[in-house]
Design a binder for this molecule. Sequence first.
Ligand SMILES: O=C(O)C(=O)C[C@]1(C(=O)O)C=C[C@@H](O)C=C1
Length: 485
Amino acid sequence: MHQRQLSISLYLNYFVHGIGLIILTQNMQALGQHWQTPLATVSYVISGIGIGRLFAYFILGNLSDRFGRKVFVNIGMASYLIFFLGMAVVTNIQVAYGLAILAGVANSALDSGTYTTFIEMGGRQGSANVLLKAFMSAGEFLLPLLVANLEAQQLWYGWSFMLAAVILLVNGVLLNRQHFPVRNQANASASALAVRQQISHGRRWLATIGLAGYGYTSMAIMILYTQWISLFATRTFHFSAILAHWLLSLYSIGSISGVLVIFWLLRRGVAETKLLVAMNVGSLVALLVICYSPIAGLSMIAALAFGFTAAGGVMQVALNLFIKLYPQVKGRVTGIYFTFGSIASFTIPLITGWLSQQNVALAMRFDLLIGVAGIGCVGLAAWAIRSPKSLSQERQRINHIDQQIVRLLNERFDTVTAIGELKQQQQLPVLDQQREQRVLHQVAAKSKQTAHTPYLQAIYQAIMRNSRAYQTDLHDLHKEEINHD
Ligand SMILES: O=C(O)C(=O)C[C@]1(C(=O)O)C=C[C@@H](O)C=C1
């Protein structure tokens, strides 16, 4: 119960963080007027967030392993509070730049305190990290509506900043009434231990390289898309401005649905490595369609699929895996991972800006290269972490398969009952040899491995023998009932 309240508070912070991510870009005009500076200066202030993140992640991640997660969640909330309150009223550009850096620090502190906490809650809470992404997206979705409303009613732009500050204040009170789980327990999660014990030192290093690399590519592939898609769509395929915007909105819708589906899959016990490889292959295919198909409908479907696969929380899934490799230093791992992400947010605009001087299509298609690199990274990690088959794991798979078989056999017996009743009405015998031969024939035709076929047929003979026994019993029961009457 307490864990649930703590989770809600942690999620709420990420709703505010979603607002924080775009509040400056959403208010660029208003801030420019307020500071009496050109938009380029506002843009320069915004870059402070990236700088803050880049330097803070590694340091704060390490410190959170020493001083506990709660302190860092609080530092994150307090820094964001100062940022929101200060940015709404500040007039000095240098102070504004300092506040933007503080927002980057807030982001890093929240991440190093939150992702680690969810893993330390144990159980399958790791999948909760994926939901953080949904709360961020909700903040990013709602803020533009609020900003547009304030603008339409000619109200002070600072109200959106105040709203975020108020949520933080209330949440600060709620959160500090909760206890955080014990930090850095190597045995916090059974799967963490399993991952750690089963792989050699060398393979752990390869997985580390793959996952750190993925920290870069997973962020890069999203940033590049959101930065260039609209321009690419209008310039390269001469799509209308509305359609170009739709390609971004569909990406967001795909992203939120992806989060929910990934969360559900993780809860069902789907392997993180398999999920990562499948999602990355999917996003490369979607990207190929976006980059080369001039058909609007196809591009729209691909944009949805790209959001689903590339921005549906895969970054968080890989972080979970990374943390499981090093359960004693979860904060440091989180810091390293997001540092790579920050380097991506810093370098991708530079690289693509340079490429776009030649051609916008080139900038956009550079995302394909990142997609291939991403598959390489998760492929390497998945290969290195692959677990040797164990008796208990394989038996778990059998349990799962048996559940499905029993459910289907129940359904088959229901149908056998219906057939039995029809045969009674039509006074037909229970045994139908011809039909049984056909069933056995079908089994042989459907069997994917010929070596299995005689065994499958023997199983079916047993099933049909039991169907007959069941039909005969039902028949006898029916007769008895009639005699009674
Ligand atoms: O198809 C029928 O007539 C059934 O009653 C079903 C069924 C079966 O289990 O597939 C059972 C007994 C018959 O001998 C043939 C087939």
